[in-house]
Design a protein. Structure first.
Length: 285
């Protein structure tokens, strides 16, 4: 079936609150080993930036730096199921934002102290002499390297708590790997959005704004929801099998282009995955 695109240009604006200012960002490459729709091995990757301040924001680095459509350039994060993570915001909590068609979700959980066991392995990563450690976090065991030369206890995603910046972290199955690419000294605002205002044609030649709130869930409930949907064998063949057809539900599909020039379809600011992979969760519990 061919889906017609009724709306070609739709704008979105987010309600943005500045919650801090970072002066240093750690850039990581996140690699994700999985299978495509034909059962063939594939490794997807993306760059993420970790902004360092009292709260820590993880954001898609390519989207920040290269411009283009903010929604379209969020495709890789949606395909790889990578959240934007706010550590210690609010204090003692972790807040995440993630797109999963047809909604944007906001989750909340306790900021847990990770129990690391220091090990003997050493390495040089991104020019830093690194020590090693291992921990179990939410059902996966992680092997990590950290650089005491960089006096920060943060790391990629939700990992952290070592006596130095985490420079590499890999789960013991070798599915998920975060590797430090570099540090950027730059002052950047750290922003938090509560909702998005979505502008669609009103049928009279003008655009009407519509508020789109995040669907709020406890992190454990959202994880169970994702595993139920994404872990279903139907997902890799039809990534919207569990929801109404976009044209039926919304009456339009937006086409936009990411910074690489690829066409990305979306509705209400949420991308529609066109080449899904077998789900490999970062968390088991």
């Amino acid at each position: 079936m061919t889906t017609m695109t009724l709306v070609l240009t739709i704008a979105a604006q987010a309600q943005r609150d500045t919650i801090g200012v970072s002066k240093l960002a750690a850039i990581y490459r996140y690699e994700y080993k999985t299978l495509d729709v034909d059962g063939l091995s594939v490794t997807d990757s993306m760059l993420i930036a970790v902004q360092m301040s009292d709260g820590i924001t993880y954001e898609e680095y390519e989207r920040q730096k290269k411009g283009g459509s903010r929604i379209a350039d969020g495709y890789q994060a949606a395909q790889m199921h990578m959240s934007t993570v706010f550590m210690n915001y609010p204090e003692g909590r972790i807040t995440t934002h993630e797109m999963l068609y047809p909604y944007r979700y906001q989750t909340d959980e306790v900021l847990e102290k990770q129990k690391w066991e220091l090990t003997d392995a050493q390495d040089s990563i991104c020019g830093y002499a690194c020590q090693s450690a291992t921990t179990e976090y939410h059902g996966l065991t992680w092997n990590a390297f950290y650089a005491e030369e960089v006096p920060s206890s943060i790391g990629p995603w939700k990992l952290g708590g070592l006596p130095g910046l985490i420079t590499k972290a890999t789960d013991t199955k070798g599915i998920h790997t975060f590797t430090l690419c570099g540090l950027l000294k730059e002052e950047q605002p750290m922003v938090f959005t509560e909702y998005v205002t979505w502008f669609v044609p009103d049928g009279h030649g003008k655009f009407a704004g519509q508020r789109v709130d995040y669907q709020k869930m406890k992190a454990s409930a959202f994880l169970a929801y994702k595993k139920n949907i994404l872990g279903n064998s139907r997902y890799v063949k039809n990534p919207t099998y569990y929801a109404p057809d976009p044209m039926t539900a919304f009456g339009y599909v937006e086409n936009s282009f990411n910074s690489a020039g690829d066409n990305v379809r979306s509705v209400a600011g949420v991308v529609i995955i066109s080449n899904p992979r077998q789900y490999q969760p970062l968390e088991q519990k």
